[in-house]
Ligand binder design. Structure first.
Ligand code: SPV
Ligand code: MN
Length: 633
């Protein structure tokens, strides 16, 4: 059997690629590759090692086969996903579950046998006429206890190219580890390609086998559905972490610097398109990663690594003013993949909110485009898609943190939870302790939906830890894991909640995009117990004097008392209604929700009711600033 497997591989790979596999001496890799050569029937197979030459081969292939097109600036390319393939497909992303297994009503499953049959049917001969890429990557830094090795098989050079930017190459790790078997496997086929895009999106499916640690993805190209190492691996990692003692989170990791050179690391969980990347990219601070982190404890302290090495960021509203560092990378030579933007005939990309006039015509995710064009449903087609993206390596960014590849991770000082919330939470607040933060900020997170997933925008949805879309274990288990994680710590990270999207009664945002930098500096000072805060029923909020000073220092702006009061007034009824919504979710949609969650939320509700009796529905921070609270409580 073994010889047969190797002969089959050799036949499709050719001598050179075969040798690259043969030195790995890993039976599980061979079986995986052989199985999908047989199933998908590619014309040939390319094996990606860690060499620059192999990365270049894939990059060139993407141009040759039309999945990417060169743009005017050297190293820049554009890729288009199909018109109906512009975001993560939550409905078609499902866990393959054995009969009788249920992960709870919020997590979608499909009968394992049925799902495997369906996806294998789609994969059958799906690579005929195409090349198969077998790629080795590492989630997390090389040589690190945090990290997980991966093999990705795909017939999309765009997917393989994106992964080469977004992840650390992992061939050398496979070589070092030899015949090991605890790695993740991903198999993707874009299916039939017509005009450069997946033709059969109706047959799109993304099926996850947690036990075998394998993910299948077919008839789609959008990176959130196809780049196995991103959100698909996050699901496998959450499952694996749940049986061990670490956490896999939808979080950025960044360093915040004070004037004296002190660096404090934060992790931050925000739903897609809610300011996560832009926070991690703030000028003057340093980035480790913008999307996915693994967290571990060591000697009573919490550490984090960035699972990735690049950014797959939303390009909408990226402009020279708001995002100067990204802007520079997107406007200078070097490797960048733009996806689903508008491209002019001169090969210049254009996107919504880039600070320039939208061109009259060009090529976009709908094909040839002219201003005002409508789709078959009569809906106006935007020039660039709202979820259009750029893919760039963090190594291209000047603000990359020096510890970005540290195998030991960075010590976490603060954890931030953020959501899109127009009328409930104040712009920034600090939890009373780990338990309070996990339960009332992380596990109670709600956010208004965005274009990052298919479906209606602007609907308020529950999204615990911003990780709900990726959970592969029951919610109660996930929350308990967080509580346990904190209980093992002597140095406990401080938990904060931010809301960049608060609006007034007329629907105007109460904060500028840049204000988040002030909140970050406030959090940094709170972690080091340098400033006092006001205790409210929902958390500690800033004192006016501190924000006034910080607005001046950070943004050179005069922050008025009037703005402070508008932004930090506690909306009591709205907060109570939110607690009631969250309690209902945990009572009706979550099996065995931890009792402590109900207790903490009930206590918070009671305090809010007391405030209401005393001060009415809107409690100004000045009224609340009566407590005996000092630097810590
Ligand atoms: C997100 O939507 O949270 C992203 C992009 O980071 S995706 O790869 O689609 O998940
Ligand atoms: Mn994300």
């Amino acid at each position: 059997m073994e010889q047969k497997v190797m002969d089959l591989i050799k036949n499709k790979c050719g001598e050179e690629n075969y040798k690259k596999l043969a030195v790995l001496n890993n039976q599980k890799v061979y079986d995986f590759v052989a199985k999908y050569i047989q199933q998908c029937n590619p014309d040939r197979v390319f094996v990606r090692t860690d060499s620059a030459e192999d990365a270049l081969y894939i990059r060139n292939k993407a141009i040759e086969n039309g999945e990417e097109k060169k743009l005017a600036i050297n190293g820049h390319t554009v890729h288009f996903d199909g018109y109906y393939d512009q975001a993560r497909d939550k409905d078609k992303t499902r866990y393959l579950l054995e009969k009788g297994i249920d992960l709870g009503p919020s997590i979608k499953g499909i009968d394992r046998e049925k799902g495997l049959d369906e996806v294998h049917e789609y994969l059958k001969d799906s690579m005929s006429g195409k090349e198969m890429y077998v790629c080795f990557f590492c989630l997390g830094p090389l040589n690190s206890k945090f990290s997980i090795s991966c093999v990705q098989i795909t017939d999309s050079s765009y997917v393989a190219h994106s992964e080469g930017i977004l992840y650390r190459s992992g061939y050398s790790e496979f070589k070092r580890k030899g015949n090991f078997n605890n790695f993740f496997r991903f198999i993707h086929s874009a299916g039939v390609i017509e005009s450069g895009v997946s033709k059969d999106v109706a047959k799109r499916c993304i099926y996850i086998d947690l036990g075998d640690r394998i993910v299948f993805s077919t008839n789609t190209q959008y990176a959130g559905n196809t780049v196995g190492l991103k959100k698909l691996a996050l699901r496998l990692a959450i499952y694996q972490a749940s049986g061990e003692d670490w956490l896999a989170e939808h979080m950025f990791v960044m360093g915040v610097h004070n004037a004296k050179g002190r660096v404090t690391y934060f992790t931050g969980a925000f739903p897609s398109a809610c300011g996560k990347t832009s926070t991690s990219m703030l000028t003057g601070e340093t980035i480790i990663g913008d999307d996915i982190a693994y967290l571990r404890t060591k000697e009573g302290k919490a550490y984090a690594v960035n699972v990735e090495s690049g950014i797959f960021g939303i390009i909408r509203d990226v402009n020279s003013q708001g995002d100067p560092l990204i802007w520079e990378a997107l406007n200078s030579p070097g490797e960048v993949i733009f996806s689903n933007v508008l491209v002019t005939e001169k090969g210049v990309p254009s996107w919504l909110g880039n600070g320039s006039k939208i061109p009259e015509s060009g090529i976009n995710y709908s094909g040839e485009w002219t201003k005002g064009q409508k789709d078959s449903q009569g809906k106006e087609i935007t020039s660039s898609h709202k979820n259009a993206r750029y893919t760039v390596s963090i190594s291209r960014l000047k603000n990359r943190d020096v510890k970005a590849d540290d195998p030991g991770g960075v010590l976490i000082g603060g954890v931030i939870y953020g959501g899109r919330d127009s009328n409930i939470s104040v712009p920034v607040q600090e939890a009373f302790d780990w338990k309070h933060g996990v339960l009332t900020m992380g596990a109670s997170l709600e956010s208004e939906t965005t274009a990052a997933t298919l479906g209606q925008e602007g609907v308020r949805k529950f999204n615990l830890m911003s990780n709900l879309d990726f959970l592969s274990i029951p919610l109660s288990k996930y929350i308990n894991k967080h509580l346990d994680f904190g209980s093992k710590l002597n140095t406990v990270p401080v938990i904060f909640a931010v809301n960049y999207f608060l609006k007034d009664n007329q629907g105007n945002y109460l904060n500028g995009k840049e204000d988040k930098h002030v909140w970050l500096k406030w959090m940094e000072q709170r972690i080091h117990k340098e400033i006092e805060a006001i205790k409210t029923p929902t958390g500690f909020i800033p004192k006016y004097e501190d924000l006034k000073r910080l607005f001046k220092e950070v943004l050179d702006r005069n922050y008025t008392k009037e703005d402070y009061i508008k932004q930090f007034t506690l909306s009591v009824d709205e907060n109570i209604a939110k607690i009631e919504r969250i309690v209902t979710i945990y009572k009706t949609k979550v099996t065995d929700a931890p009792q402590v969650l109900f207790e903490v939320l009930q206590e918070q509700k009671q305090k809010l009711e007391e405030i209401k009796t005393e001060h009415g529905n809107y409690a100004s921070p000045e009224i609340l600033d009566v407590s005996e609270l000092k630097i810590s409580d």
